[in-house]
Design a binder for this molecule. Structure first.
Ligand code: CP
Length: 316
């Protein structure tokens, strides 16, 4: 596939992209991954472009990898968080974003606790808006980097593979974006969680649903653990954390039902001993740190495609 122009102004969720565009983006990320292995990791592709990282919610991986990605492409990157900005004085999301736009950036990457925050800004701003995670809604670049990591581990194949997504499906933007993307690429997706952490609209998803971890892991090719958001216990959705860990922590025992060398993913940050056992997180089959490296390459591909969409030069 060769694109003369990238058709999209914004990246709000993976559902914005065709399957062909997703595969094109993953191929671009592979090229950027090779650049990231060089002694000098900087290319001039986005010289003169400005990328703003507008993160009103905490982040380590997404924020740092977008920042690294922008810098490796020679873009100027600037970060704005809740702490130290006028958001703390009560300035609205809209006014903050309009203020940023007046400085004429090319891309704003936004993370916010409100579902729909990215699309709210995209409707109002002329620059590209990339969703770095909005509430429970979507985390498109996480799903793209997860697909990249799995494709690498599975020698380029998605068809015929089975992935289990384990944990708090109900409140997870990572689960939502991954189910959408991976089922379209031919992966059979299972989810496993207590009933209180499964969303009500699961009928819309082409997945298998489990409540029993040992049944759920049977013959899977990979397991993606999700972070248990500890505030769910206060909301009465969990009996207690010890009971949750006994039933849903991914241990070597639970993994023994999966295919040999089944891969382990976690978007981070991990609660070791709660949703994932430490020896599983650190095992040879763990892709957790591969996901972080893939995050830089994938976000380089995203910044490249969205940052050059108005340029007259050819995108290949
Ligand atoms: N996976 C992820 O979004 O991690 P951060 O919250 O650290 O960005």
């Amino acid at each position: 596939m060769s694109l003369t122009t990238w058709q999209h102004k914004d990246l709000l969720d993976v559902s914005d992209l065709s399957t062909e565009e997703i595969l094109y983006l993953l191929d671009s990320a592979k090229n950027f991954h090779e650049i990231n292995q060089r002694p000098v990791k900087k290319v001039p592709t986005l010289k003169g472009k400005t990328v703003v990282l507008f993160f009103s919610e905490p982040s380590t991986r997404t924020k740092l990898s977008f920042d690294t990605a922008g810098k490796r492409l020679s873009a100027d990157t600037f970060a704005l968080g809740k702490s130290g900005s006028s958001l703390q004085k009560g300035e609205s999301l809209k006014d903050t974003a309009l203020t940023l736009q007046a400085m004429n950036p090319d891309i704003i990457v936004i993370r916010d606790s409100s579902s729909g925050a990215a699309s709210f800004l995209a409707e109002r701003l002329n620059c590209s808006v990339v969703n770095g995670g909005d509430g429970w809604h979507a985390h498109p670049t996480q799903a793209l980097l997860d697909a990249y990591s799995l494709r690498d581990a599975w020698d380029g194949k998605f068809e015929g593979k089975t992935l289990l997504i384990l944990g708090d499906i109900s409140h997870s933007r990572v689960a939502r974006s991954n189910v959408n993307l991976l089922t379209r690429l031919g992966v059979k997706v299972r989810v496993c969680a207590p009933r209180t952490l499964l969303p009500r609209y699961l009928d819309d998803w082409d997945i298998e649903i489990y409540n029993d971890l040992h049944k759920a892991t049977r013959d899977v090719d990979a397991v993606m653990c999700l972070r248990l958001q500890l505030e769910r216990q206060a909301a009465g959705l969990l009996p207690n954390l010890g009971d949750y860990a006994t039933r849903y922590c991914l241990t070597q025992k639970a993994l023994s039902f999966a295919k040999p060398n089944a891969k382990i993913l976690h978007p981070g940050p991990m609660n070791r001993g709660l949703e994932i056992a430490s020896d599983v997180a650190d095992s040879n089959d763990s892709l957790v740190l591969n996901q972080v490296s893939a995050g830089v390459a994938t976000r380089m591909a995203v910044l490249y495609l969205y940052g050059t969409r108005n340029d007259t030069s050819t995108v290949e």
